[in-house]
Design a protein around this ligand. Structure first.
Ligand code: SF4
Length: 361
């Protein structure tokens, strides 16, 4: 049977940020060419905003903008999965579950939606999800689909191995899809370290996150994110703080924050979420409670299409400055006990000479 489509458009939004290494391995093995939408810009957001009701969260507006971008590129088939649940009663929010329905109801343009469903609560597993996708493209050979699934996992697992060793998201993604493998062997120590709890689609989209990671790195802050924590560690951490996983994206938020809260590897936690997001507000509240109990500083940054860069930077600077002061004060108290002399140098000199070698963590 001939393929119905030889190309597929993938919106660079929502599940792209977690699953693209798998999608890449899977579709290329099936001989399907991937057309990615362009990176998010203000124009993408404005385009998406025109189609959906105003109180929809930013990531869905962005997703809609990416679909429009793919239609404008001439894509005939666009991949819009409905990821309902990723484990038994481990659910996604209603907008991610109903993504194909949202797009169908707001975009009245001719294209074919490739809309597989993943719903482990209802026994629709990942193999079914992949089979539905291949069938919709006109591919029915079971062996071919099996081979494509294996290839998807191969690329995905390589990506995960790299990020777990400390390779950045972007670097790992690029290497994984180019069939290369690198590993970080040395963990560079910086004066401050923070963990960010956020959905991949918010954090790794530079326009949505207003380049949060790059901004922190410019401030000489070491950044840890969900991709640096294994699934097992994340689940164990949720359990260890006495919470249970309910949301599909919980590992990226509660799990990541709990892991870094418990292992005391960071000086503070940054929560990044979209304005009006129900699941995130619950998860951030839980973590805020545990941070308060543990004396771990936490800042919650919310974003929408109107978030300005200046205010964002000011809040980040104030937070990192507070973290440095806190660290210096702990160090000073410690030196008073040991009668160690600490020169009254500026914070940058102190952090290099003292905090780097400090054993207060
Ligand atoms: S989890 Fe929150 S941010 Fe993500 S799509 Fe749902 S409402 Fe929007």
């Amino acid at each position: 049977m001939d393929k119905k489509f030889t190309k597929i458009g993938i919106p660079r939004a929502i599940s792209y940020y977690n699953n693209y290494p798998f999608y890449y391995g899977f579709f290329t093995s099936l001989g399907i060419e991937i057309i990615l939408s362009d990176k998010t810009t203000t124009k993408t957001i404005n385009e998406g905003t025109k189609y959906v009701v105003s109180d929809t969260c930013l990531p869905i507006k962005v997703f809609t903008g990416h679909v429009i971008n793919l239609i404008n590129k001439g894509c005939e088939a666009i991949f819009i999965p409905s990821i309902q649940s990723t484990g038994y009663k481990i659910n996604n929010c209603s907008k991610i579950r109903g993504l194909p329905e949202i797009i169908r109801n707001v975009i009245d343009k001719p294209f074919t939606m490739i809309e597989p469903t993943l719903d482990k609560t209802e026994n629709i597993n990942f193999k079914d999800f992949c089979t539905q996708t291949a069938n919709a493209l006109g591919i029915t050979d079971k062996q071919e689909i099996k081979k494509a699934i294996n290839n998807g996992w191969k690329v995905y697992n390589s990506f995960i191995e790299m990020t777990k060793s400390g390779v950045s998201y972007t670097e790992a993604l690029e290497n994984a899809i180019n069939g290369k493998f690198i590993k970080k062997t040395v963990d560079i120590v910086k004066p401050l370290s923070v963990a960010i709890m956020a959905h991949g689609y918010n954090l790794f989209d530079d326009r949505i996150s207003l380049n949060l990671i790059k901004k922190l790195e410019k401030m000489d802050v070491k950044v840890y994110t969900s991709v640096n924590v294994s699934r097992e560690d994340s689940l164990k951490a949720i359990d260890n703080i006495g919470e249970v996983q309910y949301w599909a994206n919980e590992l990226e938020l509660t799990g990541t924050a709990a892991y870094y809260l418990l292992n005391e590897k960071v000086d503070g936690i940054i929560a990044l979420s979209a304005f009006g997001c129900g699941p995130d507000s619950l998860m951030v509240d839980e973590i805020a409670y545990h941070c308060k109990e543990a004396g771990m500083p936490l800042i919650h940054l919310t974003i929408d299409e109107h978030t300005g860069e200046a205010g964002f930077i000011t809040r980040l600077e104030a937070f990192t400055d507070m973290l440095l002061r806190k660290k210096r004060s702990i160090l000073t108290k410690k030196s008073e006990k040991t009668k160690e002399y600490i020169q009254n140098k500026n914070i940058v000199e102190i952090k290099k000479e003292k905090i780097l070698t400090s054993s207060i963590k």
